[in-house]
Design a protein around this ligand. Structure first.
Ligand SMILES: Cc1cc2nc3c(=O)[nH]c(=O)nc-3n(C[C@H](O)[C@H](O)[C@H](O)COP(=O)(O)OP(=O)(O)OC[C@H]3O[C@@H](n4cnc5c(N)ncnc54)[C@H](O)[C@@H]3O)c2cc1C
Length: 394
């Protein structure tokens, strides 16, 4: 097989890149190691920045998002006895949209399949060969067990944190900065109408809790747990009790409902740079991971491929390499900004383990920070412009 851009991974970054390229008449082939059903059912992010909504709309996949997505103009921050709202529109003139990553993925797969473009599902043994030459290839074994080779002009590594792309870049070229947090998120998807109109981020001595949603019938809720905790330790009753305690507020009740999905996700910040080696370009989780507190992972993936799509189009159609040469530095600027914001939100909201000798001091610092960010116009604007993505245009 031969294509202009070979793409490894059909998560949001790979699918959106393929669509941005297709709109400009550039061919691509996607190689994905899971089945279409698995990819479409994978529950993950759900808060989309203002600029990311614009990108998806321009890419031709905004119709359902605008019809079914929920626009949120603010967010609630809470600690015992207090729930305060930050108004994004007042603070920075932008909003965010709540629309599941699963839905974005389905929209992108549908448009690709209906355009007759290729996705090789259930590939195994994916490898990128010759990335530092002018003739890179993606090799894999297809769903029928046949070895395949895709000859490419460029390769985009969009295969997430555990994919094959990042390890293709020699360790002597890569540098990694990371922080592993001493807690994890237990997340549930529940068949119950949200008990709130906008997201609630709650600090509590027992640990952080969060109320998000996917639609007006489905809620998404999270609890801070120990990183080595086991989901088997958490019955549905225990989860709902924990959520009710940590988000309790006089005059407000958390409605519970059947749990559709539950899992524990460890939390880390991770950045591997550069995001390019020869003709291989990394995008999304293949290159960086943020803790979910700032709702940035999916948005960063969208921002990366917006830049990469424009850069590859310029190189392929006009022979100009300026944008592919600056892609890594350009993308990393936003990556580091989002990494900082996600780390800051995580540090403000997650109670330190009680074994931490500074725990009492740190907890008081967190409450003081929450009080400040919800009472100072300038501090609220700082949170709002980072949360909505207004701080750096796409
Ligand atoms: C449990 C969980 C919850 C999250 N919650 C949030 C949230 O609330 N807010 C937020 O902003 N972000 C969240 N994130 C992060 C967000 O989902 C990711 O940042 C986003 O999925 C990145 O998209 P991507 O396309 O770069 O990577 P991925 O979505 O990981 O897609 C990579 C694709 O590559 C495929 N692949 C992997 N290896 C190979 C291989 N060797 N060959 C071929 N294909 C391969 C994978 O199957 C996958 O389809 C969450 C992540 C997880 C795991």
């Amino acid at each position: 097989m031969r294509t202009q851009v070979g793409i490894v991974g059909s998560g949001p970054s790979g699918l959106l890149l393929a669509q941005i390229l297709a709109q400009q008449g550039i061919e691509s082939i996607i190689v994905e190691n899971r089945s279409r059903e698995y990819v479409e059912a994978r529950v993950r992010a759900g808060v989309i920045e203002h600029g990311a909504v614009d990108v998806l709309t321009r890419a031709g996949v905004g119709d359902r998002l605008h019809r079914e997505g929920l626009r949120h103009d603010g967010v609630h921050l809470q600690w015992p006895g207090e729930r305060r709202r930050i108004d994004f529109v007042d603070a920075c003139g932008q909003s965010v949209w709540v629309y599941g990553q699963t839905e974005i993925t389905k929209d992108l797969i549908n448009i690709r399949v209906s355009d007759g473009q290729q996705i090789h599902w259930e590939a195994s043994d994916t490898a990128i060969v010759g990335a530092d030459t002018d003739h890179p290839q993606i090799t894999f074994v297809d769903v029928d067990g046949k070895p395949q080779t895709v000859e490419c002009d460029y390769v985009a590594g969009c295969d997430g944190f555990h994919g094959a792309s990042r390890p293709t870049i020699p360790e002597s070229v890569r540098s990694v900065a990371q922080r592993v947090y001493p807690f994890a998120w237990l997340g549930i998807l529940a068949e119950v109408a949200p008990s709130t109109d906008e997201l609630i981020y709650a600090w509590h001595p027992d640990g952080f809790a969060m109320h998000s949603m996917r639609s007006d019938k489905v809620s998404r809720l999270y609890l801070q747990v120990a990183p080595d905790d086991d989901i088997a330790n958490w019955s549905d009753d225990r989860i709902w009790d924990g959520l009710s305690t940590r988000m309790a507020l006089d005059g407000w009740t958390l409605q519970s409902g059947p749990t559709l999905e539950k899992s524990i996700t460890p939390m880390r910040s991770f950045v591997s740079s550069p995001m390019r080696w020869g003709r291989l370009f990394l995008a999304g989780d293949a290159s960086h991971i943020v803790p979910p507190t700032g709702a940035k992972g999916l948005n960063l993936a969208i921002a990366d491929v917006t830049k990469l799509g424009a850069a590859l189009a310029m190189a392929i159609q006009q022979g100009k390499v300026d944008l592919i040469d600056s892609y890594s530095d350009d993308a990393l600027r936003r990556v580091w900004q989002s990494t900082h914001f996600s780390w800051w939100m995580t540090s403000m909201l997650h109670t330190p383990p009680s074994a931490d000798p500074d725990a009492a001091f740190l907890r008081q610092m967190q409450i003081t920070q929450l009080d400040y960010v919800t009472s100072s116009t300038a501090a609220a604007a700082g949170l709002a412009e980072n949360y909505t993505g207004a701080v750096l245009p796409y």
